[in-house]
Design a protein around this ligand. Structure first.
Ligand code: ADP
Length: 368
């Protein structure tokens, strides 16, 4: 190694915000950096000579085995397989669970003689993850508390006032309790959907789906809510089916049409249309357009974020968790598609593009 390269590595180690640890083949720390010392709360001199597994608890075996099995795989995949969650035990006895990677280092390029191991603990990533989790927990607690406060308040009133309430008052209060309990249920269901999406446990059953049939089913399901609106469906005959999961597609359509109804006044029209895209036969496009309150341009990016409810008169009047469009966008991405939104004060249009089923995929559907 030339002197200059050595100096670069030394500086990198010294100023890296992530913790870097080098051990010998027996797992004894031989080199480390200030970030690791700060994380553990011990000076570097004390850390050198200690066994790494007395401070960082991890199951590296598994990572190494899966790496060995993939000798031919790309570097990117190797790095991913080496990524682990480790527990760091600090000097004062606290524990941090953090993402880390662990690589064998060899004396020569032929990888004949093991020199030791290099471990990196991703401190920055762990901090931002922790911050996002803390914010999420605080928002969820707030969202849960609002309906709970209302349920508790009205239940208390009924208990205290009891016989003194006439039957219409009693019915009204019990009605509010039920509405708020429904809201809690919706919130919990949406949160479970978010958790499934984020833990990548989403099971998809992909097949060719006739988009007109899907749109008509959603229109039917929402017909009660859409009593004061006119819903128009525009799908050209013979449109290529989409290659998607039927339930998720319905959920995407339901969320968009439900919003279109919620955020537009009575006696207006909601148009659900689908079409092919000229020059892009591999995609099919569908959109949901309303004649509602619209979304100010500066707030457009916000609507797809978690709990992204915007303040407008119809938002205040309608029930919502602010998770619908976040879930919708995640589902569209999981299906390999894209979602965009355009809005003017007289209306909003959400457009989704999904993969089109190829002729072979459509034939498979015919046989199935
Ligand atoms: P919510 O449960 O509040 O409906 P969503 O994630 O579905 O949550 O939507 C987020 C926010 O985006 C809504 O609170 C509303 O302010 C805005 N929004 C969504 N769809 C429309 C629409 N069609 N027209 C106007 N505003 C909309």
């Amino acid at each position: 190694m030339s002197l200059q390269t050595e100096e670069i590595y030394r500086t990198l180690l010294l100023y890296s915000a992530d913790a870097v640890i080098v051990t010998n083949p027996a797992g004894i720390i031989t080199t480390t950096n200030p970030s690791f010392a700060k994380l553990v709360g011990s000076p570097i001199e004390e850390l050198i000579g200690s066994p790494l597994d007395s401070i960082v608890v991890a199951d590296w075996q598994e990572a190494e085995e899966s790496e060995n099995g993939k000798e031919q795989s790309k570097q990117e995949e190797e790095e991913e397989s080496a990524l682990k969650t480790v527990t760091v035990l600090t000097r004062v006895g606290t524990e941090f669970v953090m993402p880390a990677a662990h690589f064998p280092v060899y004396h020569d390029t032929k990888k004949a003689e093991l020199a030791g191991y290099l471990t990196i603990i991703y401190v920055i990533q762990a901090n931002s993850l922790q911050q996002a989790q803390t914010e999420f927990v605080s928002t969820v607690s707030h969202e849960l508390r609002t309906p709970l406060t209302s349920i508790k308040g009205f239940a208390d009133t009924i208990l205290r006032a009891g016989e003194r309430l006439d039957s219409s008052q009693q019915r009204r209060y019990v009605g509010i309790i039920k509405d708020q309990a429904d809201r809690l249920t919706r919130l919990v269901e949406d949160l479970l959907a978010v958790s499934r999406l984020e833990s990548k446990k989403l099971q998809l059953t992909i097949r060719a789906i006739d988009i007109r049939e899907a749109i008509e089913r959603v229109q039917q399901n929402l017909s009660d809510k859409a009593k004061k609106h006119t819903v128009i469906i525009q799908v050209p005959p013979g449109l290529t089916p989409v290659w998607a999961d039927a339930d998720r597609l319905e959920q995407i359509l339901t969320n968009l049409v439900d919003n279109a109804i919620k955020y537009s006044p009575a006696d207006t029209t909601v148009t659900i249309s689908a079409k092919g895209i000229q020059g892009t036969p591999e995609l099919v496009e569908f959109s949901v357009a309303d004649q509602g309150v619209g979304i100010p341009e500066e707030h457009l990016p916000q609507v797809f974020s978690k709990f992204g409810r915007l303040d407008n008169p119809l938002v205040r009047q309608t029930e919502g968790t602010g998770l619908g469009l976040y879930i919708t966008r995640s589902l569209v991405l999981a299906l390999g598609g894209q979602i965009t939104v355009e809005s003017v004060p007289g209306g909003t249009t959400f457009t989704v593009r999904l993969p089109a089923a190829t002729p072979e995929q459509q034939a498979a559907r015919g046989r199935g």
